[in-house]
Design a binder for this molecule. Structure first.
Ligand code: PMP
Length: 304
């Protein structure tokens, strides 16, 4: 990733991509306190537009607050830098990554005395789980690693250190030949994917886990609205692992993963083993919305 053309916003300055470096003593590199966002911009008939930018900026500030990071920039500044990151990097569509991290001013766990830094990068990024994942669906393994307890990792924050747990689960699943993992919470109920929320369809109704140890996903909120448009009800409740095995449909949502059908869990076929009709309908509504083809939620799009 480091050897490419482009511009990265580093503490208020547009820096050539190859020069956007930090020191080896960077506190976040050693101890993991930091937070970030993943945001997508899509090509629309009127040019590139960022999807639900304000919600992502709000979640970034919420994450910083939860983690006790004093943001050195205000929301309008970071919002504008995200918009400019698309134009500066000449992207028609792409992924935007703001990251808030602590600097290299001192060693030791206590962060007092370190400075808070912000970087924003943007680059072109296709389907997160592979080109076929959207049409054919993915195979998922329930991880042997539990998702964080709500009072261990602050789960409302999209924090850097959450992703150690995500990586353990994801790597385990991939090494065993699956496309992605699914994590249960510490009580054994379905939580989320390593970087995705999860939905279940049974007898025409939609279910999702209560947001406890899972991230409050913005794509998940989008699905709430698109399901309402489609006249579908969603119930949030505890979901067991074996409910996934006998579900009619399962799908993942996320900024990177978008709306990805899950067609197999732990070597059990979900429904027919192909993306189901409700998943496909919501997926179609999602892409029509983010690409500005369906203007029913045009206020979710920020032109770049
Ligand atoms: N859960 C986790 C752990 C994630 O990393 C993500 C991706 N940000 C999500 C859920 C989905 O969130 P969103 O739809 O806001 O991208």
């Amino acid at each position: 990733m480091e050897n490419r053309d482009g511009w990265i916003w580093m503490d208020g300055h547009w820096t050539p991509w190859r020069d956007a470096k930090v020191h080896a003593m960077t506190h976040t590199l050693h101890y993991g306190l930091g937070c970030f966002e993943g945001i997508r911009a899509y090509a629309t008939p009127t040019g590139p537009a960022i999807f639900r930018l304000d919600e992502h900026i709000e979640r970034l500030f919420d994450s910083a607050k939860i983690l006790g990071l004093d943001m050195p920039y205000d929301a309008p500044t970071l919002r504008q830098a995200c918009i400019d990151a698309i134009g500066r990097n000449k992207l028609e569509s792409g992924y935007i990554r703001p990251l808030v991290f602590l600097g290299a001013e001192k060693a030791g766990v206590d962060p007092v005395g370190t400075e808070v830094h912000v970087m924003i990068a943007a680059w072109a990024w296709g389907a997160y789980l592979g080109a076929d994942s959207m049409d054919k669906g993915i195979r998922v393994k329930v991880a042997s690693f539990a998702r964080h307890h709500v009072n261990v990792q602050m789960c409302r924050a999209k924090s850097v250190s959450t992703y150690t747990n995500s990586i353990l689960a994801c790597r385990e699943a991939r090494l065993e030949g699956y496309d992605e993992a699914l994590l249960l919470d510490t009580d054994g109920f379905v939580a989320e994917g390593p970087g995705e929320n999860v939905f279940v369809v049974k007898r025409g109704k939609l279910y999702e886990p209560e947001i406890t140890s899972a991230l409050d996903g913005i794509t998940r909120r989008t699905i709430h609205a698109l399901a309402a448009d489609a006249g579908l009800e969603i119930t949030a409740r505890r979901i067991t692992r074996d409910e996934l095995y006998v579900a009619d449909e399962v799908f993942f949502t996320g900024t990177a993963a978008e709306v990805t059908p899950v067609v197999e869990v732990d070597r059990r076929r979900v429904g027919t083993g192909r993306p189901g009709p409700i998943t496909q309908d919501l997926q179609r509504r999602f892409f029509a919305t983010v690409r500005g083809e369906d203007t029913g939620h045009a206020d979710w799009l920020t032109p770049c």
